[in-house]
Design a protein around this ligand. Sequence first.
Ligand SMILES: Nc1ncnc2c1ncn2[C@@H]1O[C@H](COP(=O)(O)OP(=O)(O)O)[C@@H](O)[C@H]1O
Ligand SMILES: [Mg+2]
Length: 347
Amino acid sequence: MNILVLAGGISTERDVSFATGKNVYEAIKKLGHKAIIIDPFMGYDGDIKGIFDADTDWSKEIEAVKEGNPDINAVKAMRDPKYKGFFGPNVIKLCHEADVVFIALHGENGENGRIQAFFDLEGIIYTGTDTTSSAICLNKGIAKEIMAYNGISTPKGIHIYKGNDTSNTIGYPCVVKSCCGGSSVGVTIVNDEKGYQKALDEGFRYDNEVIIEEYVKGREFSVGVLEGKALPVIEIIPKTGFYDYKNKYQAGATVEICPAQIDENKTKEMQMYAERAFKALRLRDYARMDFMMSQESGKLYCLEANTLPGMTVTSLIPQEAAAAGIGFEELIEKLINMAVARKNSQC
Ligand SMILES: Nc1ncnc2c1ncn2[C@@H]1O[C@H](COP(=O)(O)OP(=O)(O)O)[C@@H](O)[C@H]1O
Ligand SMILES: [Mg+2]
C-alpha cells in the first residue's frame, strides 16, 4: 500500500509529532508498504511524480524532539508566503494518491478534527478518530462534561473565558489548563493566590478558554484503548515535579511502569472508566485516557482523552500494547487495517 504519514504541523506539539511520524514511518516500511512523510503545513515543493516509489529515506528529514516548545511563528515564517491556507504545496494531491493517510499529528490542527472533516469531504481514508469526537476531546472542558454525564469520575472543575469573570472558585491547590492544550503546554499547578494570575496568563496564551481543576495529589496513570478494549494500565512517575513537557519527552526524566503495580480491582476500575470514556466520547480505533489516583482516598479521576496519543516506540500506548503482547509494528498495522476497512466499507 502507499501510505502517507502526516507529521509536524503548527501546533505546540510540532516536534513531538515529528518523533511519532518518524517511528510510524519506520514501522510502515518494515511492514513492507511504501511510505512518505509530509508536514501538512510546509508541504512538498519537489516533483511528486512517482514519489511513493522513489528510494527516499524520509526519516532522515525528520528532526528529533527538542526539550522546549517549538517556535511556531518561526516555522510559519519559513514557508513561502504565497501559500495562504493551512495545507502547504502538494499535500492534498499526495493525500489523494495515498491508500491511507496515517495522522501522526498532535495538538490543535490534527487533533481538533478539522483535518478529519476535510478528509471526509474529500474521501481520503485516514487513521484514528473522526471529526466530531476529535473536536470534542480537544476541548478538555466539553470532554469532562460528557465524561461526568456518563459516570466517569473527573476532578471538580470550572471553565473560565478570556475577558470574563476569572475568579477562582475551586480554591488551592488547583490546576490551571488551557482548554485545548496538549503535552502539558499551558498547564500550571497553583498553590496559592499569588501564582494564579500568572497561571491564567499562561493558559490564555494558547486558548481563550481555560479550565481550573482541583489538584489531585497522588499517583498518575494512563490507559490506552484499542478498538474499544482497554490495554494494560501504565504508571507514570516523573523524577521531579509533575508530568510536564520536559518530563514527557526528555529521555530518563520519567519512570514508566507497565503493567502498573496496583491491585487488580483498581486496574479493572481504571480500564472500565477508559473503555466507558472511549464509548461515551465516540472515539475510534485508538485513544489514551489519563488518570490520577488520590493518595488520600484512592479515588480515580480521568483527566482527559487523547485522540492522537504519542506513537513512538517508547510512548505510553506502544508500551501498553507491548505488555499485552502486541509489538509496535503489529500495532501500527492494526491501525492501518482499521482505516482500510472503512475504505472497503465505503465502496
Ligand atoms: N487535576 C489534576 N490534578 C493533578 N495533576 C494534574 C491535574 N490535571 C493535570 N495534571 C497534571 O498535568 C498533566 C497534564 O494535564 P492533562 O490534563 O493530561 O493535559 P495535557 O496532557 O493535554 O497537557 C497531567 O499529566 C498531570 O501530571
Ligand atoms: Mg495528558
